[in-house]
Design a protein around this ligand. Structure first.
Ligand SMILES: C[S@@+](CC[C@H](N)C(=O)[O-])C[C@H]1O[C@@H](n2cnc3c(N)ncnc32)[C@H](O)[C@@H]1O
Length: 208
């Protein structure tokens, strides 16, 4: 992400957050419960939305500049049972089936290997565990993704590897998730290139 991006992230995203994304986050995480992990936690914009049903929370953020801000926010909240770490979502150093939920918001667009990340999220979730997701994705017809395809090579160089055309829903299904709830909405006040979003809940199925 870089120092500048980390410094201005909350300001750059403020208009979208105020126009609705904060409320998306609140509703998305309202039922998160038990022992959980948030990947690519950024500056900690989800932290206000975890409720009392969350017993412990691991936050991971590989970017050192973002992580400083995240750690400051956790300290300011005097968050008990919250641990901050630096690992990437492609290789999570936690045991198999150890988490009751995993959250990742606006992260899969930026990771190096989305299949590896989704596979790792699946691996660390208990059977029946929930993955809460919010991602911007490639436009679907009737909207054209032509500009997203054209501008993606430049965009990802400038925007911390953020891809414009990923279809994260397909990746979740390929990883083995059952998608229980998926909403498609336009990012309020977001630039046209990242307007198409998905959010909801996917579950690691219990064995039959
Ligand atoms: C657009 S920001 C989103 C931050 C935060 N999740 C939010 O909702 O505001 C993308 C985040 O993903 C993180 N990230 C990038 N590659 C990652 C990876 N391989 N594993 C985990 N996080 C990653 C970045 O450092 C950055 O904090």
């Amino acid at each position: 992400m870089g120092r500048l991006m980390a410094r201005f992230y909350d300001r750059v995203t403020a208009a979208s957050e105020e126009a609705g994304v904060r409320e998306w986050r609140r509703k998305l995480l309202a039922n998160a419960a038990g022992k959980g992990l948030e990947l690519g936690a950024g500056t900690g914009l989800n932290l206000d939305h975890y409720g009392e049903k969350v017993s412990s929370l691991y936050l991971s953020e590989p970017d050192p500049h973002m992580r400083v801000r995240l750690a400051d926010r956790v300290r300011a909240m005097r968050g008990r049972g919250i641990e901050v770490a630096d690992y990437a979502a492609e290789k999570i150093p936690l045991p198999d089936q150890s988490m009751e939920f995993v959250a990742a918001t606006l992260v899969i667009c930026s990771v190096r290997d989305p299949s590896a990340c989704l596979g790792e999220i699946f691996r660390v979730l208990q059977p029946g565990g929930v993955y809460y997701f919010l991602e911007h994705v490639g436009h679907l017809p009737p909207r054209s993704d032509r500009w997203q395809r054209l501008l993606e090579p430049l965009w990802k160089r400038v925007m911390g590897n953020c891809h414009l055309t990923r279809q994260t829903e397909e990746g979740m299904r390929r990883a083995g998730f059952e998608i229980e709830e998926l909403r498609r909405d336009d990012m309020p006040k977001g630039p046209g290139l990242v307007r198409s979003t998905i959010r909801g809940r996917a579950r690691r199925p219990k064995p039959a």
